[in-house]
Design a protein around this ligand. Structure first.
Ligand SMILES: CCCCCCCCCCCCCC(=O)SCCNC(=O)CCNC(=O)[C@H](O)C(C)(C)COP(=O)(O)OP(=O)(O)OC[C@H]1O[C@@H](n2cnc3c(N)ncnc32)[C@H](O)[C@@H]1OP(=O)(O)O
Length: 215
């Protein structure tokens, strides 16, 4: 699997042998339409969960959505090769699955990200759905471990304390850090606050480094 290392340095492939079965992830640099395309898709997600439209409008929307899917289907790429998730300068790294937040700090001391929950993330009573917070925390933990120079790891457990309801369309901040390391295990924690520093939720998790080839 490894290409030969030169100058006695560890090659990229050798480094990746420590990432278990994860594919190689390198940053993607798509054309200028990728970011606006993803934002348009996010707007569609917001509308798909919030509209109350007549059936003739839905028939037209369905036809356009099916045509769009047919346009894109030939370009489906494997994990690690798809553009989404690999564009550092876009909200959610350009992945529709991820929260549309921007990374603001990424180093061994920790990772900070900023953004909003949108209509798509509504749970009830104007608050974010309790199930989307673990997505945000898990993603910050994945990046926190990566930023600390550890191989991509799997989440063994993730515990969340919901301290206050998390509002939609309000700028929020999340900060994660590695608290301690024991061999393959990295114990991490993170806090989600509003811009005034009010704590909305906090979380701690265990990220376990995979063994070579481990899925
Ligand atoms: C430029 C582009 C950038 C792109 C970036 C892309 C980033 C991509 C990021 C992708 C991010 C993707 C993120 C995701 O994929 S997260 C996906 C969700 N997570 C999973 O699917 C994980 C499923 N579980 C497993 O695979 C295994 O259970 C793991 C691998 C976690 C451990 O099974 P394994 O057989 O390997 O090891 P072990 O069982 O000997 O355990 C090892 C040690 O850990 C301790 N332990 C284990 N579990 C727990 C527990 N629940 N509480 C407390 N302790 C626990 C255990 O006691 C032992 O400790 P010790 O006895 O040694 O002291």
């Amino acid at each position: 699997m490894s290409e030969q290392a030169t100058n006695g340095q560890t090659s990229v492939d050798e480094e990746y042998e420590h990432h278990g079965g994860f594919p190689k992830f390198t940053a993607a640099t798509p054309g200028p339409n990728f970011g606006p395309f993803i934002e348009a898709m996010r707007t569609l997600q917001d509308l798909a969960v919030s509209i109350d439209a007549p059936d003739d409008v839905l028939a037209e929307a369905r036809a356009q959505a099916e045509a769009l899917a047919a346009l894109l289907a030939p370009y489906e790429a494997k994990e690690g090769e798809a553009t989404g998730g690999r564009v550092i300068g876009l909200p959610g790294r350009g992945s529709l699955l991820m929260l549309p937040w921007m990374i603001e700090k990424f180093d061994a001391e920790g990772v900070r990200s900023r953004g909003v929950f949108r209509r798509y993330h509504l749970g009830g009573n104007a608050a974010a759905h309790g199930g989307v917070l673990p997505l945000l925390f898990d993603d910050i933990f994945g990046m926190t471990v990566h930023a600390a120079g550890r191989p991509i790891s799997r989440t063994a457990y993730l515990h969340i304390n919901y301290r206050k309801v998390t509002p939609l369309n309000v700028p929020l901040v999340i900060e994660g850090r590695v608290d301690r390391v024991e061999g393959r295990k990295a114990f991490v924690s993170a806090r989600l606050t509003d811009e005034a520093g009010t704590l909305l939720a906090d979380s701690d998790a265990l990220m376990v480094q995979l063994l070579p080839g481990q899925q």
